[in-house]
Write a protein that binds this ligand. Structure first.
Ligand SMILES: [Fe+2]
Length: 209
């Protein structure tokens, strides 16, 4: 993974503006707040549990004709370090239950039908601008939790972050034991604000590792 350092100050200003979470370190240099981590949970799919198709389009499984159930959305953002330098070549992984609330995991024993058209897990590699993007579904209802998407960021084998993203404004967030551990600004950093953009529903969540 390469850390791009062109025009550090302007980049930092740009990323800070996007995040709105710039803080001043004791040395007086602006730094970004790291994205808060969260438990991996029991359903991170081991490689053997995944489809052969592990791309960044979770609503289309290769070889399956129909698209998955659920509201199709784009989740995207920029991965940077806390100094605002974007990280290219980072691996961003997401996993989430399908529209029925079923995870792509052999340990999910809920008696729920599995949506064979939902990939359940996917990954993207950040480009030179540090950008990642997924086509997926708005997270579904899941018993005992608020709606969420699991996220991991890796540099090769090295895990940089494991966290969960939430739907901004979802009333059940307030009742969720994991969400409630977050401060207001931490919650904001892992919240997906879905907006309409050229016929696509998308959320931008920038990640600081
Ligand atoms: Fe989960």
């Amino acid at each position: 993974m390469k850390i791009e350092k062109p025009g550090r100050r302007s980049l930092l200003a740009r990323v800070s503006a996007l995040f709105g979470v710039a803080v001043l370190s004791r040395a007086g240099h602006a730094a970004l707040k790291q994205t808060p981590g969260a438990a991996e949970g029991p359903f991170y799919p081991a490689p053997t549990m995944r489809y052969p198709d592990i791309d960044n389009d979770l609503v289309k499984v290769e070889g399956v004709v129909k698209e998955s159930g659920g509201e199709i959305v784009t989740l995207k953002g920029v991965v940077s370090n806390k100094h605002g330098a974007v990280l290219s070549g980072a691996r961003v992984e997401i996993w989430q239950c399908d529209i029925n609330g079923k995870y792509l995991h052999t340990g999910d024993s809920q008696n729920l039908p599995h949506d064979p058209a939902f990939q359940g897990y996917g990954h993207d590699i950040t480009n030179l601008q540090g950008e990642y993007s997924f086509r997926t579904i708005k997270p579904a209802e899941y018993p005992g939790r608020t709606r969420h998407i699991h996220v991991k960021v890796l540099n090769g084998e090295q895990e940089l972050l494991t966290t969960q993203f939430y739907v901004e404004g979802e009333p059940n967030n307030r009742k969720d034991g994991i969400y409630r551990r977050l401060s207001g600004s931490e919650a904001e950093a892992v919240s997906m604000r879905f907006v309409e953009n050229n016929g696509t529903t998308e959320a931008v969540v920038n990640i600081v590792v």
